[in-house]
Design a protein around this ligand. Structure first.
Ligand SMILES: Cc1cc2nc3c(=O)[nH]c(=O)nc-3n(C[C@H](O)[C@H](O)[C@H](O)COP(=O)(O)OP(=O)(O)OC[C@H]3O[C@@H](n4cnc5c(N)ncnc54)[C@H](O)[C@@H]3O)c2cc1C
Length: 390
């Protein structure tokens, strides 16, 4: 059986997020892009309306939504502002390692307080010297009595400057590559945690991005997620669950780009007619729609698999790579339709263009997604034709 329809509740959720995006985000989007201010007020409203922390279980007071539900919400929000979406969704990224590898007690201890008031939890695998190669991370954990002592640096920590907790991946001293990587929850007010200044960025200016340094940070063993040294799998499972959501971010951004391009093409004239009358423009717009729809289907499939607790590693990488790469093409073509005006800061398309680029980079670059898919095809894929026909 196959069914592409959304349930009554999902349609309501989608509409609620859409109205939130139109009423609460679009009016302030430009302001946050220009000032780089953290969108605390917007996030407070999103929190109050149950549009944040979507995957937090109901038993701890969260909305208890699935990944597909989350995709419906973030597509709407990203259509209004990709940068605010990054800040809004980051609590789900920070919480996933706890939901995947943590005990009931840890879920309760770390995540319940985030359902009671607006607080932030960030996520950190990346470091100044590495991002793609997660097994190459170097931040260390030294075991001492009933504590681990953290040392090292984490780079690009989204919401790191505002978070009260951080889900971090580090390695047990003396271990190499995948073995020894350990997930730990770090309260940001622990002695020895030093937070850098916000990193200046080309887009997503409303999201806070910082470096975090750990100098002899003492963390109790009860903050370790899963088994010591077995955190690599938790990090990878996290990405499989969050990558569909990045696909949905890109769908929202692409959809908005397409809609802006259509509206502009209908009113801009050249050669004594609206540019929408040129077939070259119609084809560009048609391709945008083809790519937005294809990206959404791949995203929903990957999200649905995650909600069914299936291994969605491959579908998540396919969705993320397709939606973000074609998202970049869509916004670039949309800007082209705006001609010279697209290159000015007077039109939102310029902001979307800057914001779109990050989607191809964080949570695994487009190249890394292809590496995951390629490795699978060459080692695990079961061919339908299992002999060569010549
Ligand atoms: C604004 C922003 C927010 C972020 N937020 C977070 C966050 O909250 N938490 C977090 O942990 N990280 C975060 N990141 C980090 C992000 O995930 C990394 O930047 C990303 O994974 C790429 O790592 P890198 O920058 O070190 O690039 P590198 O790994 O150095 O890669 C450089 C280039 O080489 C390519 N490359 C690398 N290896 C291969 C290969 N095997 N085959 C082909 N090409 C390859 C890459 O695709 C890329 O094009 C964020 C980044 C940014 C910019």
């Amino acid at each position: 059986m196959i069914d592409f329809s959304l349930s009554h509740d999902q349609k309501k959720l989608q509409l609620k997020a859409r109205e939130f995006a139109i009423n609460e985000i679009i009016p302030v989007s430009r302001k946050y892009d220009q000032t780089g201010e953290f969108p605390q007020e917007v996030l407070q409203k999103a929190f109050d309306q149950g549009l944040m922390n979507t995957i937090f279980p109901q038993k701890i007071g969260g909305p208890g939504l699935g990944i597909l539900d989350t995709c419906l919400i973030v597509e709407e929000i990203a259509a209004a502002d990709p940068g605010i979406t990054t800040s809004l969704f980051d609590n789900c990224l920070g919480a996933e390692p706890i939901l995947i590898g943590g005990t009931e007690e840890q879920i309760d201890r770390f995540l319940k307080p985030l359902t009671e008031e607006l607080k932030f939890i960030a996520f950190a695998t990346s470091e100044p010297g590495m991002g793609s190669d997660v097994a190459g991370l170097t931040a260390t954990a030294r075991l001492e009595n009933d504590e681990i002592i953290l040392n090292g640096r984490k780079m690009w920590v989204t919401n790191g400057g505002v978070a009260s907790l951080l889900s971090i991946f580090c390695r047990l001293e003396g271990t190499k590559r995948h073995e020894g990587i350990t997930g730990v929850v770090v309260p940001m007010d622990t002695e020895g945690v030093k937070i850098g200044k916000p990193i200046p960025k080309m887009g997503h200016k409303a999201s806070n991005t910082v470096m975090v340094r750990f100098d002899e940070v003492h963390i109790p063993l009860e903050n370790i997620l899963g088994e010591l040294g077995k955190g690599f799998s938790i990090a990878m499972q996290t990405f499989a669950r969050t990558r569909p959501t990045i696909g949905a971010f890109a769908c929202g951004m692409s959809r908005a780009s397409m809609e802006y391009a259509i509206a502009y093409a209908k009113r801009r004239k050249a050669f004594e007619t609206e540019i929408a009358n040129f077939q070259a423009i119609q084809f560009m717009i048609a391709e945008m729609k083809m790519n937005v729809d294809a990206a959404r289907l791949l995203t929903w499939k990957a999200a649905w698999e995650a909600d069914q607790n299936r291994d969605n590693t491959i579908s998540a990488s396919i969705a993320k790579a397709f939606a973000t790469d074609y998202g970049m093409k869509t916004v670039s073509d949309a800007l082209q339709i705006f001609g010279g005006y697209g290159y000015t800061t007077n039109y939102l398309i310029e902001k979307l263009f800057r914001d779109a680029k990050l989607y191809q980079i964080y949570e695994g670059t487009s190249q890394i997604q292809r590496m995951v898919i390629g490795r699978y095809l060459l080692t695990k894929y079961n061919p339908i034709f299992n002999k060569t026909f010549t």
